[in-house]
Design a protein around this ligand. Structure first.
Ligand code: ADP
Ligand code: MG
Length: 757
């Protein structure tokens, strides 16, 4: 690696022409619109209903509703139809696709190829065929001994099973050489049925919240002849995914980015995000081309990517889908990330999902927009135009408030990781205190109900109570502009958990992590609050079958008062809020090891086990895996940093020093003034010595970490000793990056990484 390598890559990168792909065409050769091929690679209910015999399809639908388990005949028929469909599209292999507890997805491909032996005239005759049985569809047994199990499974009890999650349809992804692979979304469980993955617990939490939400609707909604009853309730999720794209050539010259996904040294260039000119700016053409190909691939898989834009930091972007049922949305987000990663390659780009790839500019999150909906398409968190009398809405609203009040620390644990720690609390992302923002209108509604008075019509400058969701009309002071309705809530970007019109937005979720775990926790906490509310409401109702307005109002008022402390409308980034939150008894968890411990506190563990979302063993296993992963990630970073410092930074500094000293010696020899060189040398010396000491300290801490790496204290060691030591070393390295002549510096600098798209 040399300065020359940097220069070559930068000049190659800026002159790169984006690749051009063709959109699918119809029979007449005309380019199709996205809706023409949306979901074309999905073996969904439409394909199934067309390809399966009616009774088989009916039996599958029954199973989906939880009515019965899949029998062998149905499974065989579905497998056969899926195989025929997949083979028509050049599939050669199938795979169970699952989400083990290592933060990514896993797959193991099996060929459809099978050999069939028949006997003709007593002699065996072998024929090659394509086969796929119902049992292969339903279940697989990967050699799973190397996946994290947090001690739940040892290598000699290595059995793990993947089982088709029938709620998530099969789909095709591109294989090599124009072939396809059939993906079967699956859960991953141990020999004894314990969850070894993200999906199983998400499914459990989802059915718990659905059940209790339906029970509440039964209590508050009288039976009306002309209105069909809600039969199913589900949670909805829309994941706003933030990410960085940088030139792949430059990426390849940064060992820290390659190994850790973030830069471990380097300082900000003169210009980065201060002018706020990147956010929503013109998307660079290479990036736009890549985004478009991502959207095309997503569309074929039925993933509805809706929005694309530049984000705040240089080279930072966002993709947001239309929301879907939460479980599907989680799968679709993982697929989107996978596609982004692969497509970026084709444009000589690298997609970075790390929460904080670059120090000093904004990091990335995955805002999880979450709500509860009925099978009749109603959003239970829609306040309607009169939220003050929309008791159904208010019940679900106070349930979410109660959930965050009781289990805010658990929600914090759900987003804890070594990488997200760099983001949370860094004045650009929510702090470690989990509070809820409702906006002035709803706050007024809740205050009015609590105080038993009418809603103040003039709150937040509105003239009329009519506004609410439809909003008051905004005066734009230009006659030709259309009339605009004001939204119910303004934004508060500093809140970790904000009500945004008709859904909650959980902003603290990290860009790299799967949404599954945070959503599982959210589902569970809200389900638990709904159970409490349901019991209270029943007591309030006495022997009535349906709750009266007064019954509902009494309960709503009770929960408004109970949950007041968790509501915060101000700036979450200020020190005053930290003080205020402490007074209110809200915990402020700034570091992940503290957050992990919250998984096992009696209050949180009791809730999760009572609901049956986790067993105690499963929860302990989570705790161990999260702590261990945290420590290991920091150790890997420390090792990478050591390599960078020893092999790149110090040699560059030494080379420059040598040049300066040779120059000074020469100047002295000819009787010229060498003071400037000597001054520079004197300035470099303490920085280099400081760096050497930091290197020795880091080396020492790494030796200390080795024997404890598999145990609990490792996370604390990594957090409180290793991470600060890395920061200290970085500060010296970044000073050297500024001072050492550019020609000696081997690593691409931020200004190059930021400007080569
Ligand atoms: P906002 O501008 O308030 O963030 P958007 O309409 O841009 O709202 O939506 C952001 C994300 O929230 C999108 O992914 C969107 O699909 C999702 N979203 C909208 N409504 C809901 C809902 N009811 N449940 C879950 N997600 C939702
Ligand atoms: Mg955003």
């Amino acid at each position: 690696m040399s300065q020359q390598a940097r220069i070559n890559v930068v000049s190659g990168g800026v002159s790169r022409v984006p690749r051009i792909i063709e959109f699918p065409k119809d029979n007449a050769g005309r380019q199709q619109v996205i809706s023409d091929f949306f979901g074309s690679n999905v073996f969904g209910t439409k394909e199934m209903s067309e390809r399966l015999p009616k009774p088989v399809y009916k039996s599958f639908c029954e199973q989906l509703k939880g009515g019965q388990t899949l029998d062998k005949i149905t499974a065989d028929a579905i497998a056969h139809a899926a195989k025929v469909w997949a083979l028509e599209r050049n599939a050669t292999h199938f795979t169970h696709w699952f989400q083990p507890l290592n933060g990514t997805t896993a797959e193991k491909h099996d060929s459809f190829l099978a050999l069939k032996t028949t006997f003709a005239n007593g002699l065996p005759e072998v024929t090659a065929i394509e086969a796929f049985s119902g049992s292969e569809l339903l279940q697989s047994e990967p050699d799973a001994s190397s996946f994290p199990s947090g001690g739940m499974r040892t290598t000699f009890e290595a059995r793990g099973y993947t089982v088709w999650d029938t709620k998530s349809p099969m789909f095709l992804q591109e294989g090599p050489h124009g072939t396809m692979i059939l993906y079967i979304p699956s859960v991953f469980i141990s020999y004894n049925g314990e969850a070894l993955d993200e999906k199983s617990v998400l499914l459990r939490s989802s059915s718990v919240i659905s059940k209790v939400a339906l029970e509440i609707l039964r209590l508050i909604e009288p039976i009306k002849e002309d209105v069909p009853r809600t039969k199913e309730i589900y949670t909805t999720l829309g994941t706003e995914q933030e990410y960085f794209l940088i030139d792949r050539g430059l990426y390849a010259l940064r060992p820290d980015l390659k190994t850790c996904g973030r830069t471990l040294i380097s300082g900000l260039p003169a210009r980065h995000q201060q002018l706020e000119d990147h956010y929503f700016g013109k998307i660079p053409s290479r990036v736009l081309a890549a985004m478009s190909e991502v959207e095309l691939e997503c569309a074929k898989l039925g993933v509805p990517i809706k929005t694309r834009h530049n984000e705040v930091a240089p080279c930072q972007f966002e993709a947001a889908p239309q929301f879907e049922e939460a479980m599907l949305a989680v799968d679709h987000n993982l697929l989107t990330m996978d596609i982004m990663h692969r497509v970026a390659h084709k444009y000589k780009l690298k997609c970075l999902f790390h929460e904080k790839p670059f120090k000093g500019v904004n990091g990335s999150g995955k805002h999880c927009n979450w709500s509860i909906a009925t099978d009749r398409g109603e959003n239970l968190l829609n306040p309607s135009s009169t939220p003050e009398t929309n008791y159904r809405f208010l019940i679900f609203l106070v349930a979410v408030l109660k959930a965050v009040l009781d289990h805010g620390d658990l929600l914090r644990a759900g987003v804890a990781s070594a990488s997200n720690d760099h983001r949370l609390g860094a004045q650009e992302a929510p702090p470690g205190i989990i509070s809820v923002f409702l906006g002035s209108e709803l706050t007024e509604v809740l205050n009015a109900i609590e105080e038993g008075r009418p809603v103040n019509k003039h709150v937040a400058g509105t003239e009329t109570t009519q506004m609410r969701v439809e909003g008051t009309t905004l005066d734009l002071k230009v006659a030709t502009l259309p009339k605009l309705n004001r939204d119910l809530t303004d934004r508060n970007r500093t809140s970790p958990f904000a009500f945004t019109g008709n859904k909650f937005e959980f902003r603290a979720v990290g860009s790299k992590q799967s949404a599954a775990f945070p959503v599982t926790i959210l589902n569970s906490a809200v389900a638990s609050a709904l159970m409490e509310i349901k019991d209270d409401l029943k007591k309030q109702m006495g022997d009535k079958e349906t709750a009266s307005d007064e019954d509902m109002l009494a309960i709503i008022r009770k929960y408004i008062t109970l949950t007041k402390n968790v509501r915060f409308e101000g700036d979450n980034y200020t020190e005053e809020w930290v003080q205020e939150a402490a007074k209110r008894g809200l915990v402020n968890i700034t570091k992940s090891p503290e957050a992990f411990k919250r998984l096992l506190t009696p209050k949180n563990a009791e809730m999760l086990t009572r609901l049956g979302v986790f067993s105690m063993a499963e929860l302990e296993c989570r705790y161990h895996i999260m702590s261990e992963t945290y420590a290991k990630e920091i150790v890997i970073e420390a090792q990478t940093l050591l390599g960078l410092l020893l092999q790149h930074v110090l040699p560059a500094a030494f080379s420059y020093r040598r040049e300066l000293s040779e120059s000074a010696a020469f100047l002295k020899q000819i009787g010229a003034e060498a003071a400037p060189e000597l001054k520079w040398l004197a300035q470099l010396a303490p920085i280099i010595s400081g760096l050497q000491e930091a290197v020795e300290e880091l080396d020492h801490l790494l030796v200390e970490a080795q024997p404890i790496l598999e145990s609990e204290p490792a996370a604390d060691h990594a957090c409180y000793k290793m991470a600060p030591a890395m920061e200290k070393a970085r500060s010296y390295a970044d000073q050297l990056e500024r001072l050492v002549a550019d020609k000696y510096w081997p690593l691409p600098k931020y200004h190059e990484l930021f400007s080569t798209l």
